[in-house]
Ligand binder design. Sequence first.
Ligand code: NAI
Ligand code: MG
Length: 352
Amino acid sequence: KSYKIAVVNGDGIGAEIVPAGVSVLDAVAKKHDFKIEKESFPFGAGYYRDHGKFMSDNAIETLKQFDAIYFGAVGLPEIDDTLPAKDYTFKVRTELNQYVNYRPVKLFSGLKSPLRTKTEADIDFVVVRENNEGEFVQSGKTFYADQAHGFATDTSVFTRYGIERIAHYSFKLARKRRSKVTNVTKSNTLINSLAYWDRVIEEVSKEYPDVEFNKMYIDNASASFVLRPEVFDVIITTNLFGDILSDLGGAIMGSLGLGGSGNINPEKDFPSMFEPIHGSAPDIAGQDIANPIGQIWSAAIMLDHLGETEAAKDIVAGIEATTAEGNLTVDLGGSASTSQIADRVIKYIEST
Ligand code: NAI
Ligand code: MG
């Protein structure tokens, strides 16, 4: 079997952590007897600097010919940061119908959460972030910006179609886990958009009577991430809330650098895109100190999506072996380099 993977390093630490992740992919492919055919694309803010756009004009059509996209992050301090989402991340996610943003949160062996929970098992849940609409549709306008009566708007869009499909995904996912879905919302104040969101999710929940279902407001959910993370299994939430909560999820795992994710098109009519939850971290780029685990975990999520379940498990076990031994990058209090972490994961894969 062979998989065509589009590799997009993006900007900043992407140039270090994506190659680290690719080396792990190569090792696991060799062991599990499948092939990874890679093609690299230089898209991102660096590309924008040189070409005035974040990706080539035919990029979306080109990406459609791949089985998956393996991505770092986009954004550079010297480039207008209102552009990358519109011209790259949100564009790829919507045009390729990647309506699920799957963001698992769990404690790896040997790692201590800053929360100091009773047992490691206390943190093990998934944030399912609606990825194609909501607050991020970029429909709005800035008026009279330089004047005393200046004002600006951003309109959120929630469609029945969009809510239903993310809800079905979440309930089906819960069935494969601990059968619990928490809808994280703010319908007490966003009384149109999120009240509709709640209503449609509640309707869908009736089709899954075997799955425990409850609702929590985003403010309480944020506190609960810290105070009682064990109450969560599958969280379904909106684009903006999911974006914020997944960074908090990264933090309670021990570092933002640990979070992996998939921008998933469950029907597989287009390729899905796999990237760490964090950004391009320009503050630490070019030093071989970035934590590659979120990027490597994203490779596992990608292989799982492609049906290479055993290889995916192997990568996660390799990450666990690495952290359990105390091989840690600076963000986790260690001194290992980006490449040393990847090498240790590869050594585990090759030796088991
Ligand atoms: P960021 O996630 O890049 O960094 C936040 C903090 O976490 C920084 O101190 C950084 O050094 C640290 N960090 C992040 N990843 C790390 C890793 N793997 N290992 C160790 N430390 C890590 O968020 P920030 O600083 O808000 O944004 C930087 C740029 O990234 C901006 O241009 C932003 O727009 C972009 N961005 C892009 C995303 C994407 O492409 N999906 C997502 C989020 C931000
Ligand atoms: Mg984010």
